[in-house]
Design a protein around this ligand. Structure first.
Ligand SMILES: Nc1ncnc2c1ncn2[C@@H]1O[C@H](COP(=O)(O)OP(=O)(O)OP(=O)(O)O)[C@@H](O)[C@H]1O
Ligand SMILES: [Mg+2]
Length: 329
């Protein structure tokens, strides 16, 4: 155990003196103060709220909110249209479509589109990711067990290990993999036929992909940040799925602050919904969203107008992402 330093006793005495000098707070005020502290989001919470990355707990709820078919997918008009042509053509020919590369910032719908592609083709979907493919054997294990027409989704493809990447070239082009048996000069490559499949790959770092890999995708789509009007539709759709009472002005408010990203829009909706249910009458409106953004503005008693001393204090904690931040680089 460390001994208290020489200054510790003095500091303690000063703190006690300050505490004695502080005005007496009534129990009600103390309650409200501690509640305000509770409601006030920590810095980490604030950062997480506007982070486009998904937390582990968030993935489950995201699954429930994902559009399942292309017709439910909102925004990204050009990508949707072109993808629809690619998929319809493939279905007519009765052959798997070209391999698809989806790039763009996190939270814009790459995984969602991968799932939609499999659903539209009526094909099973195998999901893996770049970091999970450390050796070429990991990839061979996935590819060699594919059935005809299956869709393989590789998330974060820019993180696939180099030897596996080379195996992927052959697989994408010739539906064949070379399995290496043995080591050193005696090693031999045994060619293995694989069933025709469609690779859907996603990346947030398209620039890191080597050109030979990029060139093997027949269809490349870059997802862009969403317009506020599109996010508004997404928020209304999510509210309907979650059973949230959402007014138009509430949807507009949340959409305007979502940094062009559906993931953030859905997250804000859930947080404001919680606030509306606990502190207000359960309806998400512009006013409720604004009060929540002020970090505890409503206090314990529901949603009274915050003109009190405590209301003024709470307004200092405004941290709601600014509307002026458009989300575009
Ligand atoms: N166009 C859209 N319409 C409705 N909801 C969408 C749309 N795009 C994305 N979402 C929602 O946003 C959330 C995040 O989408 P998704 O997981 O597909 O993003 P991502 O681009 O794969 O992100 P990451 O790069 O982090 O993997 C999902 O819950 C999904 O429901
Ligand atoms: Mg994803």
């Amino acid at each position: 155990m460390t001994e208290p330093g020489p200054g510790t006793g003095q500091a303690h005495a000063a703190a006690e003196e300050a505490a004695r000098a502080a005005p007496e707070l009534s129990q009600a005020e103390l309650d409200r103060l501690s509640q305000a502290e509770l409601d006030r989001p920590s810095q980490a919470d604030q950062d997480r709220l506007v982070s486009p990355l998904a937390g582990a707990d968030e993935r489950v709820i995201e699954g429930a909110l994902r559009p399942k078919r292309l017709s439910d997918f909102i925004g990204q008009g050009r990508v949707r249209e072109q993808l629809s042509l690619v998929l319809t053509g493939a279905l007519r020919r009765g052959k798997p479509p070209d391999h698809v590369l989806l790039s763009g910032p996190p939270g814009l719908g790459k995984t969602t589109i991968a799932m939609i592609i499999a659903a539209e083709l009526g094909a099973p979907l195998r999901i893996t990711s770049g970091p999970a493919i450390e050796r070429s054997g990991d990839l061979a294990a996935v590819l060699s067990t594919l059935g005809e027409g299956e869709v393989v989704f590789i998330d974060e493809i820019h993180r696939v290990a180099r030897p596996a990447e080379e195996m992927l070239y052959l697989a994408m082009e010739d539906f064949r993999v070379d399995v290496i048996v043995g080591k050193g000069p005696g090693a031999t490559a045994i060619p293995l036929e694989i069933a025709p499949f469609t690779l859907v790959a996603a990346t947030t770092r398209a620039g890191l992909l080597p050109a030979p890999l990029r060139d093997r995708f027949g269809f490349t789509a870059h997802l862009d940040f969403y317009e506020a009007a599109e996010l508004e539709i997404i928020v209304r759709r999510s509210a309907a799925l979650l059973g949230v009472a959402l007014r138009d002005d509430g949807a507009e408010e949340i959409a305007g602050r979502s940094r062009g990203t559906p993931r953030i829009a859905n997250r804000l909706l859930r947080r404001v919904r919680d606030f509306a249910e606990v502190r207000c009458d359960g309806v998400v409106t512009r006013e409720v969203a604004a009060r929540w953004s002020a970090g505890s503005a409503a206090g314990r008693s529901g949603c009274p107008p915050s003109r009190s001393r405590w209301g003024r204090r709470r307004r200092r904690w405004r941290w709601w992402p600014s509307r002026s931040w458009s989300g575009r680089a």
